[in-house]
Design a protein around this ligand. Sequence first.
Ligand SMILES: [Zn+2]
Length: 129
Amino acid sequence: MSTTDPIFAPIPGATHHEVAGVVIDISPAGEGRVKRVIYPAGFRWSTHMKAISGTDLCMHAHVGFLVRGTIHMQYADGCVVEFTAPQPVVIDAGHDGWVVGNEPAVLIEFDFLGDTVRRFGLPKTHTHE
Ligand SMILES: [Zn+2]
């Protein structure tokens, strides 16, 4: 991680969390939230977060903009999708995911806490319908 890259700098006023090596800074936005999420190199959801989550796959949807790094998503039906910064990100619920390469991935993410899927009109889980 580059220490001079301002995308990694502290965010005044944000609520700071670290979970399984993932660094999350959360700021309120009406009924939703804006988050900067830093996934370290080597992070894999099924390895580092699954036990904490208690589900087989990550059941959150992710909407935002990837500003650093590359992430790889894998859905239950075998579909894979990869995002490389700079790139908008829309990830359906029901995925495993990991960081590709030796650099952390930084995702600027927007959510509505437990109501993200409905508010964005996304499928409850990954689907082709
Ligand atoms: Zn699919």
